[in-house]
Design a protein around this ligand. Structure first.
Ligand code: KIV
Length: 292
């Protein structure tokens, strides 16, 4: 079953947008690199979104919405992104496309859906784009994935690369610590970014690296770098929205909390519970009276 429906504004609980903004395109995102270089462009803004309502709220502020496979941990409470499936990505991706009208929606290719061969990657990526209406996919990996990035890009599927700390490789890496502290590892990460950019990636996420690597990659490649834990020197930034909103007690050092939603939700739930227990809710305003 295709999941690509549009939002019915008469049944949506959200207030319909009065003047929809035009959706950005993948080429416009790529062009931002040159615009930033000659002083005309602002850094790219990307946040994760997994649900229609979050997408609606974040969309006006973002150039890109990423349906990250981090939804495995954030939405499903899984121990890592490794168990995330194509069907999970398709369902959440479709919801985010339904909830957005401005940002470029990018969907993560989940672990096991693309690494075996370019053909496997094409099949998985085509499934995700058909099911969701998203504009692009993101895949982790460097030089080893470059032929796959080229295969997809040459066949009409825009690919965002992802180098440095690649969470799907947690079992190889042994954790989520910053990468590139040795010269050899730094050179490998820069080489990875070059390889996927030269293969046709329209942008590259650089995650969890020391600042000099972010600087070198951003200078070396001709598409935008989007950093997460990679300093302010990238062409854009991405965070997991729930981290940025303060929904978790523990976040990585590179996260800045712009709100404290965990405390606010806990407080609201506590007040609701107290009113239910004290029979203060529902009150007369929330109660249907029989027609006179
Ligand atoms: O899955 C995800 O949310 C990501 C970002 C952290 C870049 O890949």
């Amino acid at each position: 079953m295709s999941t690509t429906y549009t939002i019915d504004s008469s049944t949506s609980r959200a207030t319909p947008v009065s003047a929809p903004m035009k959706r950005l395109t993948v080429p416009a995102v790529k062009r931002r690199k040159a615009e930033i270089a000659d002083g005309r462009g602002e850094p790219l803004v990307m946040l994760t979104a997994y649900t229609v309502r979050t997408a609606q709220l974040l969309d006006p502020h973002c150039d890109l919405l990423l349906v990250g496979d981090s939804l495995g941990q954030v939405v499903y409470g899984l121990p890592s992104t490794v168990p995330v499936t194509l069907d999970m990505m398709a369902a959440h991706g479709a919801a985010v496309v339904r909830g957005s009208f401005h940002a470029v929606v990018v969907i993560d290719m989940p672990f096991g859906s693309y690494e075996a061969s370019p053909a496997q990657a094409f099949e998985s990526a085509a499934f995700l784009l058909k099911q969701t209406g998203a504009a692009a996919v993101k895949m982790e990996g460097g030089a080893a994935m470059a032929p796959t990035v080229a295969f997809l890009s040459e066949r009409g599927i825009p690919v965002m690369g992802h180098v440095g700390l690649t969470p799907q490789a947690v079992n190889m890496l042994g954790g989520y610590g910053a990468r590139g502290r040795s010269e050899a590892e730094a050179a490998k990460i820069v080489g990875d970014a070059r390889a996927v950019a030269e293969a046709g990636a329209f942008a590259v996420v650089v995650e969890g690296v020391v600042e000099p690597i972010a600087i070198e990659i951003t200078r070396a490649i001709d598409c935008p770098t989007i950093g997460i834990g990679a300093s302010a020197q990238c062409d854009g930034q991405v965070l997991v929205a729930e981290d940025m909103l303060g929904l978790f007690e523990r976040t990585p050092r590179f996260v800045k909390r712009f709100d404290d939603l965990a405390a606010r939700i806990g407080d609201a739930a506590g007040r609701y519970a107290a009113e239910v227990r004290g029979r203060a809710f529902p009150g007369p305003e929330q109660t249907y009276a029989p027609r006179a």
